[in-house]
Write a protein that binds this ligand. Structure first.
Ligand code: ADP
Ligand code: MG
Length: 269
């Protein structure tokens, strides 16, 4: 949070994993809601042409007139792209399927990997007063995900507690290395969060053990449980924190927000 004198630049976190259905969007929405709840002004940037984060946050398709497509390809400023959600302190820059053509439209653009960086890191964005910007990525390591990794300060990886979860991670880490070498040397790993965790399931426990062995401290202590309230919430255009504030899912995303903040305080000591 700012100290009240000069606004500080937002911390930009890319939420990525090239596998679909691992909890990226769910984590973007609900971690965002949990951060907003503790007074952190938070923006979700929907960088997936499927627009699930936009839908889950209640932005009707007819209200998505200016989108992240315009932010990347039409030089629109963030100020004109983002919208309020019905949660205080939580905002979204929505997307539509228009964004799916970005890869092709950008082949000949020399700054094609830097477009989101240029849009989010300009000084005017600081004046908007965001504490956190969370970027929800498509399920692929395409140019959109690269843009997000180039724009971000850190990478948050949702890891679904299922077979082969860690195999997919090595490909993501290769991309991380490439991005560090070419465009964003200071990109850190914010952490890996286990999603859809089921403590009664041996496979979940095995994935957790393997992840902690391989990645150590990078794995958040907080695990997001498999919780039906989490999966029901988006169809009511609500985050789980509003849909069922006392659910295990809400508690887990609150704990994740707290753990993330506590870690970054420690890191900056
Ligand atoms: P991604 O964005 O990585 O493709 P999603 O966040 O859309 O993944 O999640 C995929 C599906 O799993 C969605 O239907 C979502 O509601 C469900 N889901 C995600 N996390 C949980 C959870 N912790 N418990 C139950 N269902 C979940
Ligand atoms: Mg998604």
């Amino acid at each position: 949070m700012s100290d009240g004198t000069s606004p500080r630049a937002a911390k930009i976190i890319v939420i990525a994993n090239q596998k679909g259905g691992v909890g990226k969007t769910t984590t973007a929405i609900n971690l965002g809601a949990a951060l907003a709840e503790i007074g952190q002004k938070t923006l979700i940037v929907d960088l997936d042409p499927q627009g699930n984060a936009s839908t889950g946050l209640g932005i009707a398709l007819s209200d998505r007139t200016v989108t992240t497509y315009d932010l990347l390809l039409e030089d629109a400023s963030l100020e004109n792209v983002y919208q309020k959600t019905h949660r205080e302190e939580l905002f979204v820059a929505p997307s539509t399927t228009d964004l799916s053509s970005a890869d092709i439209e950008l082949v000949s653009n020399e700054r094609r990997s830097f477009l989101l960086h240029d849009a989010l890191r300009r000084p005017e964005v600081t004046k908007l007063g965001f504490d956190h910007i969370l970027i929800d990525c498509p399920p692929s390591l395409n140019l959109l995900t690269i843009n997000a990794m180039v724009a971000a300060h850190s990478l948050l990886v949702p890891l679904q507690s299922e077979f082969f979860a860690l195999e997919g991670l090595s490909q993501l880490m290769l991309t991380l290395r490439e991005v560090r070498q070419s465009a964003n040397p200071s990109l850190r790993i914010e952490g890996v969060v286990l999603t859809m965790f089921d403590a009664r399931n041996n496979l979940s426990l095995q994935v957790e053990q393997d992840a902690r062995e391989a990645l150590g401290e990078l794995v958040f202590n907080t695990r997001i449980p498999r919780n039906v309230r989490i999966s029901e919430a988006p169809s009511f255009a609500q985050t789980v924190l509003e849909y069922d504030t006392r659910s295990k899912g809400s508690a887990a995303y609150r704990a994740l927000a707290e753990e993330m903040i506590a870690r970054s305080v420690r890191a900056s000591d």
